[in-house]
Ligand binder design. Structure first.
Ligand code: S3P
Length: 448
């Protein structure tokens, strides 16, 4: 099993105003998809701005194992020589996706309609996560899955030798499941239809169209209906990966909660399937200006100018959850430093992320002196106002990068330092978090 052998305990303590420019790394979702679609195209896809976090590097290794030639040419500059739709080779070894649910679920989808067998594993976090959500739909294409403990990794997938196209309604709001079905549909003859009741991030649809697949998207009574014509020849692309709005969330929220701060975060995606946090922060009274709105790498982006603000609690509409699903942990930190109560309903998907994020945030915030209410699908944070959180606790990160970074941001604005037992998972999505936050003026240190 993969994973970090040595935990990295970290502490964040109160700092002066944050200032400067935060150049956050490339988008994780788009980085995974660039490598996978590049591997399924015929010829060379060139990528700039690729996130070189552990999750994406594991996907790069996996694409090599399936026969693509994947090379790094400089920081963030990569090329993929693809093998074409249906051209994957059978890997010689187990595919280790590390901490990455996106990596494993998308790759399982991509190989499920090819006549090969592959075994997947991950770290202690990934091996606990539900995989039935992808093995159910790939079975309809004709693939077989043999997993541990009713559908967990390690798992062997026997790809369908003669796949059939499917029509599938995704039972939970999940871009990973939608994408796994679409990637499987690439090598099935005829039309594969995916229906999602709630719109989730749409990078796979946008990128499939960019690679030349025939794909239509319609809003219907049943939901958003995506129809893909199978067995296209995908044309290699030049991809400029935009910066990750989910990583930008950490310096943005840190600047909101640390009094006197003013920072700029350039090139943040305003893709409506990803920008729910920014809408919510503005409703809470955060001072965020969107400057130089433009298009980069096929995504609408803007430079965010963020000033520290006295924020107030809000009720986050449940239908906004898919567009900010990864941002609830850091939102709960802003909520703790706001006046009034913040109610987050419709968030049960948080329980099956890299860890149970409702439980991890609730326990850590409580340890820092914040009053929390929760049920299966809800997190409620009773705010203590700017500077009002006592802090002074060590919180567990549960192998979850976003939990570790959220508590490090809390430490910047709490009365006493906040520690995490293990900050190592931060490297999965935001390897430059520590130097980037230090350059803005934060005190985040590794404990010896
Ligand atoms: C992702 C989809 C989301 C998100 C994850 C990345 C993707 O997961 O939480 O970090 O790239 O498709 P779900 O599809 O499980 O909601």
């Amino acid at each position: 099993m993969s994973g970090h052998d040595t935990p990295i305990p970290m502490t964040s303590s109160k700092c002066g105003p944050l200032s400067g420019v935060a150049q956050v790394p490339g988008d994780k979702s788009i980085s995974h998809r660039s490598l996978i679609l590049g591997a399924m195209a015929v010829g060379e896809t060139r990528i700039t701005g690729l996130l070189e976090g552990e999750d994406v590097l594991d996907t790069a290794k996996a694409m090599r194992a399936f026969g693509a030639e994947v090379s790094q040419h400089g920081p963030g500059e990569w090329s993929v020589h693809g093998v074409g739709v249906g051209g994957f080779a059978e890997p010689e070894n187990v595919i280790d996706c590390g901490n990455s649910g996106t990596g494993v679920r998308l790759i399982v989808g991509a190989m499920a309609t090819q006549p090969i067998t592959a075994t997947f594993t991950g770290d202690a976090s990934l091996n606990k996560r539900p995989m039935g959500r992808v093995t159910d739909p790939i079975a309809l294409f004709g693939a077989q899955a043999h997993g541990r403990d009713g559908g967990k990794l390690p798992m062997t997938i026997v790809g369908a030798a003669e796949p059939v196209p499917v029509t599938y309604t995704v039972p939970m709001p999940s871009a990973q499941v939608k994408s796994a079905v679409l990637l499987a549909g690439l090598n099935a003859p005829g039309k594969t239809v995916v229906i999602e009741k709630e719109a989730t991030r749409d990078h796979t649809e946008r990128m499939l169209a960019g690679f030349g697949a025939e794909l239509t998207v319609e809003d219907t009574n049943e939901g958003r209906k995506i129809t893909l014509t199978g067995q296209p020849e995908l044309t290699p692309q030049d991809i400029a990966v935009p910066r990750d709005p989910s990583s930008a969330a950490f310096p943005v929220c840190a600047a909101v909660i640390v009094p006197g701060s003013e920072i700029t975060v350039p090139g943040v995606s305003l893709n409506p399937t990803r920008n729910g946090l920014y809408t919510t922060l503005i409703e809470m009274g955060a001072d965020i200006a969107f400057e130089n709105e433009r298009e980069e790498g096929g995504e609408p982006v803007a430079d965010l100018r963020v000033r520290a603000s006295e924020t107030k609690g809000v009720e986050v509409p449940p239908e906004r959850a898919p567009s900010m699903i990864d941002e609830y942990p850091i939102l709960s930190v802003v909520a703790a430093l706001s006046t009034g109560t913040t109610v987050m309903r419709g968030v049960k998907e948080l329980r099956v992320k890299e860890c149970d994020r409702i439980d991890a945030m609730a326990r850590g915030l409580e340890a820092c002196g914040v009053t929390i209410e929760e049920d299966e699908d809800t997190l409620i944070v009773h705010g203590m106002g700017q500077g009002g959180v006592p802090g002074g606790a060590t919180c567990k990160s549960h192998l979850d990068h976003r939990i570790a970074m959220s508590f490090m941001c809390l430490g910047m604005a709490a009365q006493n330092p906040v520690s995490v037992d293990d900050g190592a998972p931060i490297a999965t999505s935001f390897p430059v978090f520590e130097p980037l936050m230090a350059a803005l003026g934060a005190n985040v240190t590794r404990d010896s």
